[in-house]
Design a binder for this molecule. Structure first.
Ligand code: BDP
Length: 690
């Protein structure tokens, strides 16, 4: 096994007899659409894999049939109650009388999701005789963001080149696109942004639109819409207008015509994703217009066709900020209520940039009149690439469950994203920056597939449990043997905390290597902008360490709900994992453990290394349960992780020791090399921005 089949492996199951009894044949609606055909094909493939016997086609329901249908096509007696509540994409999978399994939905896409749900149940050993599943997505837009460039490099991609073979498209449609679509549909992902947020004008020209249209054709039967990242200055750069000012009529007219052109070739085009006035990208502010002016102009172009604009809030201004963490809020909060009805503001989970741990972004809960779309990074730019094992389900869950305290009874980030605050009928969504490339494993490692999986499941239900998702993924991906499953899940659940401990414990952040963001570099202080330097974020010196974001410092805390801000204003009531995010504290600051801050920090780095070693040992113990090749693949990466955890620990302790001017706390082993040697370490090559 090389990992290509992801979680859709459909290996023989011990209950093959039971599965066969429930899936002797399939009853599909007459004149099936491509989507229904995909659902039936998946059921056939899955049952054949699990039992060795492929179900046939039947025309009428009976014992051992799986009957797929909508209220319009199912025999009345088989239509489950409460179908309307399922909405357009929900499904029911249930065992009806007479040994019939019904998969019902209001749309063909819902039937496809239901087929995958049944297969998930069958392949994880659920009791097929008593199925009563009913599920509908809590968010409308469940989208992957590919940071894929048109030359097939991938920004922050650690799994090989882009799966989009732009050169060969539109004529050659790689079969892999279908497997990509199946994997996404199995999770309920219903949109994909094909190209990098750092976009090029060419993507919106006719030859590239034809390529995008070919991909849209392949993905459509799987319920997946195509979106494109649009560069704000496209018409100007293509020399078709004299300006890109969003309020200039010729610019608005150009975008309207462009949208019309796109919808002619991609009738169900999803819309645009835009990164504007951020990291050198052009935007409305170049013309002294606001983000809302820019977003609304594009929104007007796609609105007649039912499209949306996903406008990113990841901005930081050209001039030096007091605190970069505050910029998105400062720019966007005043625009609440000013965005058109088909605009979503896409906000990263935390206020800096996809760090191993950040507090939730203060915009969540602070823009009640604007749909806020969550942006998670599935690719592990700051968490050890695809070489470190870090299950992100726990991280996503931590953010989603955080209470913004913007409502007396509590208001979690998940509830905000689900639209609890907004006007009914406004769009909702979640974006995941994809970790997908053309390596056989798709994601650069076997365990990184779990992050794609967890993202998809949480986009369907932002309140789902990361532990349950881990178990479900591992059972389909590796083994259902309970002891092995316990072990794998335990590894996954600990893994992100291990990374936090050996990289950025106690609320530290952004101390990674320049540009590529791999490995420790807390000493870097010479980059052009202050807020590109690790020293800007940790502020370690003789007096102590940490970023003071209280009223005495940047006062970023004031961007949170008053009750939360009050709690976090005092280090003693700030959650320990976020301590140095919000406070600058003396090295002798007494921690709840009884240790000084300095000793606690050293202790966390040691703990991180120990946790990485434990992951490695746990994996060794799982050898009897895992196929040889995948076991070895994972083991190789865990060896790298242990080595690099040690490197992080040694380099950071050597550095913080030097700036604090203190001896290492008692019992803490001295780093084997002098600080200068860690500073001098060079990468032969580290993937960066592509
Ligand atoms: C940062 C990445 C950079 C992206 C940027 C973004 O380092 O490559 O372009 O985010 O999200 O995390 O736009």
């Amino acid at each position: 096994e090389d990992g290509y089949e992801l979680w859709l492996r459909y290996r023989p199951v011990r209950e093959a007899g039971v599965v066969t009894r429930h899936a002797r044949s399939i009853v599909a609606p007459a004149n099936p659409s491509p989507t229904v055909r995909a659902a039936v094909a998946e059921l056939r493939r899955g049952v054949k894999g699990m039992t060795g016997r492929e179900p046939g086609a039947a025309t009428r329901p009976g014992a051992g049939t799986i009957v797929l249908g909508t209220p319009a096509t199912l025999p009345a007696a088989l239509v489950p109650a409460g179908m309307a509540a399922l909405g357009p994409e929900g499904y029911v999978v249930h065992s009806a009388a007479g040994g019939i399994t019904v998969i019902a939905a209001n749309s063909d896409t819902g039937l496809l999701y239901g087929a995958f749900a049944w297969l998930r149940a069958a392949s994880t050993g659920a009791a097929l005789a008593g199925l009563a599943q009913r599920s509908a997505p809590k968010l409308q837009l469940r989208v992957l963001n590919h940071w894929d460039n048109l030359d097939r490099t991938v920004e922050r991609g650690y799994a090989g080149e882009s799966i989009w073979n732009w050169w060969a498209l539109p004529d050659v449609r790689d079969r892999r696109y279908v497997d990509y679509a199946r994997a996404n549909a199995s999770l309920g992902i219903n949109g994909t942004v094909l190209n990098n947020v750092n976009s090029k004008p060419e993507i919106l020209t006719a030859p590239w639109l034809a390529k995008a249209a070919a991909l849209a054709d392949v993905l459509r039967p799987y319920g997946i819409r195509v979106y494109l990242s649009a560069r704000f200055s496209t018409p100007l750069e293509l020399k078709e207008t004299a300006t890109a000012d969003p309020l200039a009529p010729e610019v608005a007219a150009w975008w309207r015509a462009k949208a019309d052109e796109i919808y002619r070739v991609i009738p169900d085009f999803g819309g645009f994703l835009v990164k504007a006035n951020s990291e050198g990208q052009p935007g409305p502010q170049d013309y002294r217009r606001s983000h809302a002016d820019g977003a609304n102009m594009l929104a007007a172009a796609v609105a007649p066709h039912g499209g949306v604009v996903m406008w990113r809030a990841f901005v930081y201004a050209a001039e030096n900020p007091v605190d970069r963490a505050m910029q998105a809020y400062d720019e966007f909060k005043p625009l609440d209520g000013k965005f058109a009805a088909n605009v979503l503001v896409q906000v990263k989970n935390g206020p800096i940039d996809f760090q191993p741990r950040e507090p939730f972004h203060p915009l969540f809960g602070a823009m009640p009149a604007t749909p806020l779309m969550m942006e998670f990074q599935v690719t592990k730019e700051y968490l050890g690439y695809a070489t470190h094992l870090a299950y992100l389900g726990t991280m996503f869950e931590e953010t989603l469950r955080a209470d913004t305290e913007r409502s007396p009874g509590g208001l979690t980030v998940a509830q905000v994203v689900e639209g609890a605050q907004g006007r009914p009928g406004r769009p909702t969504g979640m974006a995941g920056v994809a970790n997908i490339g053309s390596e056989r494993t798709w994601s650069g490692s076997h365990f990184d597939q779990a992050n794609w999986y967890a993202y998809g499941r949480l986009a369907w239900d932002p309140q789902a449990s990361s532990r349950a998702i881990a178990r479900e993924w591992a059972a389909q991906t590796f083994t259902r043997e309970p002891r092995a499953l316990d072990g794998i899940v335990a590894m996954m659940m600990d893994s992100r905390e291990a990374v936090v401990n050996y990289m950025t414990p106690l609320g530290l952040h952004h101390i990674m290597g320049t540009g590529h963001h791999h490995g420790p570099a807390p000493w870097v202080a010479d980059l052009e902008r202050p807020d590109w330097n690790p020293v800007y974020y940790h502020k370690a010196g003789r007096d102590g360490i940490g970023f003071d974001r209280t009223a005495a410092g940047s006062n970023a805390l004031a961007q949170y709900a008053p009750s939360l801000a009050r709690k976090y204003a005092d280090p003693r009531t700030t959650p320990e994992p976020l301590l140095l995010w919000f406070h600058h504290l003396p090295w002798d600051y007494p921690m709840p453990s009884g240790r000084t801050l300095w000793a606690e920090l050293a202790n966390r780095y040691d703990q991180g290394v120990a946790q990485a070693q434990a992951l490695r040992a746990q994996w060794t113990a799982l050898r009897p349960y895992i196929d040889a090749r995948r076991h070895e693949d994972v083991a190789t990466l865990l060896d790298v992780q242990v080595r690099e955890a040690q490197w992080w620990r040694d380099a950071c302790l050597a550095y913080f020791q030097s700036v604090s001017g203190r001896p290492l706390p008692p019992g803490v082993k001295a780093p084997p090399l002098p600080l200068e040697r860690y500073k001098a370490l060079q990468f032969p090559y580290a993937p960066g921005r592509g």
